[in-house]
Ligand binder design. Structure first.
Ligand code: GDP
Ligand code: MG
Length: 457
């Protein structure tokens, strides 16, 4: 039968939460790498995907003596730089992430982006667990490297235990204020209704075995249907980037199906659908992340679920956040091209065509979508005249310059998580076009609002 649990793909897991709660560090800790230390300012710049094979999970969780059979082949973890990328992790309108880890700093409790992440998870109906990270920062904490959390707790002094219990109680209350029941996972008798909290330290590894086991057990117990492998290719572009020696490549998440070297594929591009052929299918070595430099493994074919780098001709204008389609010999290419366009058009069609408004530019389809949604909310209400995906070039400035004659304050570009070329900057200064750039949506809004208030005075 298709749903007896014998043919499961790996669950896809996202990490979300407020900045600096330790999202990247948690991944580093499970992988045994140090991406966090190598990042500019320690902030995740780009999305990555890491595959954790079942053997690795078994090894890391053996102290828990769970002895439960692992039915999933592994776990595919997406390291999102923030909730904006979560928007990219969709495929044909639905969320692509099977389960999320919501990271909360035990010393800080719920923070603004924790609540934003919560709202996104609710909106997409995504299951999640809560990693209550940085337990090692409790005053007097005794390190028990990589130990299961209950074992580590037994080693702590009475004071540490008290502080821990107090913090947990506070945070459970904060979640309740958000309408959510939460409980330490080993006390949680109503999984599904009550969300599980796993205390962790990404520095010394306490609680990491518990987190891994919980993710795997929970998904394979409750999502058999969703995780049953399907032949039909379901694949989303996460990132488009130039790699030395490979040209423009795309990083994709293959949710279902198989990709082969030589497959004809269709990807949405800014200038229409791109039809091309897979030249190479690359993955990093297991446990390494897609964006970490180093050698790749070449594959003739790859089965889902997996994070893959694809090299092919003509990918320069591919749009991150859009679906990837495979054209099989009997398929109607025109039909598939139309399907590829729909992804983009569903976002483009949200732009008000009144002819008055700012220009909006973002790095990916998902982030553009999130920004447009935000600008439309009644409290914000900023009209948009034009949109684009990718870096801000001179032509974008010229487009924004059109508004100079009509409504000067709208001759503005809101650049979200994209680069502005020096030529574009120069031209903007000359014409009087304003460019605001930020990598957090509400910072863009703050800048624009301050500018508008200034004009009014
Ligand atoms: P992100 O913004 O959520 O990805 O957070 P990072 O992974 O970049 O971590 C932010 C800072 O917190 C870094 O200085 C980390 O070293 C530190 N950090 C992360 N996890 C822990 C933890 O479990 N314990 C302690 N003491 N520090 C942590
Ligand atoms: Mg990070």
């Amino acid at each position: 039968s298709p749903s007896d649990g014998n043919n499961l793909r790996s669950p896809i897991c996202c990490i979300m939460g407020h900045v600096d709660t330790g999202k990247t560090k948690l991944l580093d800790c499970i992988r045994g790498t140090n991406v966090q230390g190598g990042e500019a300012g320690g902030i995740t710049q780009q999305i990555g995907a890491t595959y954790f094979p079942a053997e690795n999970i078994r090894e890391r969780t053996k102290e828990l003596k769970a002895d439960a059979t692992l039915k999933v082949p592994g776990l595919l973890v997406i390291d999102t730089p923030g909730h904006e990328s979560f928007n990219n992790l969709r495929s044909r309108g639905s969320g692509l992430c099977d389960i999320a880890i919501l990271v909360v700093d035990i010393m800080h409790g719920l923070e603004p982006q924790t609540i934003e992440s919560l709202n996104l998870l609710k909106m997409r109906n995504t299951e999640f667990i809560i990693a209550l990270n940085k337990v090692d920062r409790l005053y007097g904490w005794k390190t028990c490297r990589n130990a299961p959390i209950r074992k580590a707790m037994m080693k702590q002094s009475k004071d540490v235990k008290n502080e821990f219990n107090m913090k947990v109680t506070q945070i459970v209350t904060q979640f309740k204020e958000q309408g959510l029941n939460t409980e330490l996972y080993y006390k949680n008798k109503e999984m599904g209704e009550t969300f599980s909290i796993v205390p962790t330290s990404a520095i010394s590894g306490e609680g990491i075995p518990d987190m891994l086991l919980l993710l795997v057990q929970w998904t394979q117990r409750t999502m058999i249907e969703k995780l049953t492998y399907s032949e039909e290719v379901q694949c989303t572009v996460l990132e488009v980037k130039v790699i030395e020696g490979h040209g423009t490549t795309i990083d994709v998440v293959l949710v279902n199906g198989v990709l082969h070297e030589g497959d004809q594929i269709v990807v949405s591009g800014m200038q229409g659908p791109i039809v091309t052929t897979i030249r190479a299918l690359l993955t990093p070595h297991p446990m390494k992340e897609l964006r970490v430099k180093g050698s790749y493994i070449h594959h003739k074919e790859i089965k889902a679920a997996m994070g893959i780098k694809i090299t092919a001709q003509g990918l320069e204008h591919a749009i991150a956040g859009a679906s990837l389609y495979v054209v099989k010999p009997d398929d109607d290419l025109e039909y598939i091209k139309k399907a590829a366009l729909e992804d983009v058009e569903s976002v483009l069609s949200r732009v008000d065509r009144s002819g008055e408004g700012v220009c909006v530019q973002a790095s990916t389809l998902g982030s553009l979508e999130a920004l447009l949604e935000f600008l439309k909310t009644p409290e914000v209400n900023i009209p948009v005249n034009a949109i684009n995906i990718g870096p801000v070039h001179k032509k974008d400035v010229i487009k924004a310059g059109v508004m100079l004659e009509k409504k000067r304050e709208y001759s503005t570009i809101l650049a979200f998580d994209v680069k502005v070329t020096p030529e574009a900057r120069e031209l903007a200064d000359k014409l009087g076009v304003k460019i605001f750039s930020a990598d957090i949506i509400y910072h863009l809004f703050d800048q624009f609002k301050a500018y508008m208030d200034n004009i009014k005075e």
